[in-house]
Write a new protein. Structure first.
Length: 198
């Protein structure tokens, strides 16, 4: 797809495996076929929720997602699975992926512990370069996620930008950039030509 030509080349130059789909339904069907008879962990992701992947994969895999069951137990179980699925808060066209996390389970699981990690990303996450990807993660994704969660942070109340607050409700406690796949396990980036998630 022309929209993803530059970012795909840069991701592949960085060592990532990349697949592209026109629709979320096509990407969901692909992942449903690729992941079978496995233990699967999910990171908190509106993208995965919109795609209905939990329901699809649960039919023939053992899936752990803290959005669906007791949060702390599910987070721990998801960290010890064969496969992990997440999205990212921003994808730079130059090939870097940025994620912000509050509990740390999502960013930790994209870095270590799984045979296979799928990062499922809609076109709305694209940013021109790394600095703009960081800006998007901090000023668009995080405030809207805090607002969805009913937090009382300045960013959630106004939903306009990061205030680098000291609130105990703060959801942006760590930021991770993926430059290349980790040395252990495999990572595939799944690009979808639809707006998905925050």
């Amino acid at each position: 797809m022309e929209k993803f030509a530059t970012v795909r080349k840069n991701l592949e130059d960085h060592g990532f495996t990349v697949s592209e789909f026109a629709t979320a339904a096509e990407a969901a069907a692909y992942l449903n076929g690729a992941i079978d008879g496995k233990t699967v962990g999910f990171g908190g992701s509106g993208t995965l929720q919109t795609m209905g992947l939990y329901e699809l994969l649960s039919a023939h895999n053992t899936v752990y997602w803290h959005w669906k069951t007791e949060p702390n137990a599910a987070r721990r179980a998801a960290m010890d699975t064969q496969v992990y699925l997440s999205s990212v808060n921003a994808l730079a066209e130059t090939g870097e992926m940025v994620n912000i996390d509050g509990a740390g389970n999502r960013v930790a699981s994209t870095l270590f512990g799984h045979d296979m990690v799928y990062l499922v990303i809609g076109r709305n996450k694209l940013a021109e370069d790394y600095d703009k990807a960081v800006w998007r993660a901090r000023n668009i994704a995080a405030p809207h996620r805090a607002q969805q969660m009913g937090k009382k942070t300045p960013c959630a109340i106004k939903a306009d930008r990061c205030y680098n607050c000291k609130s105990p409700d703060r959801v942006c406690r760590a930021m991770v950039t993926l430059w290349e796949p980790m040395m252990i396990g495999k990572t595939e980036v799944v690009l979808i030509d639809e707006d998905l998630g925050l």
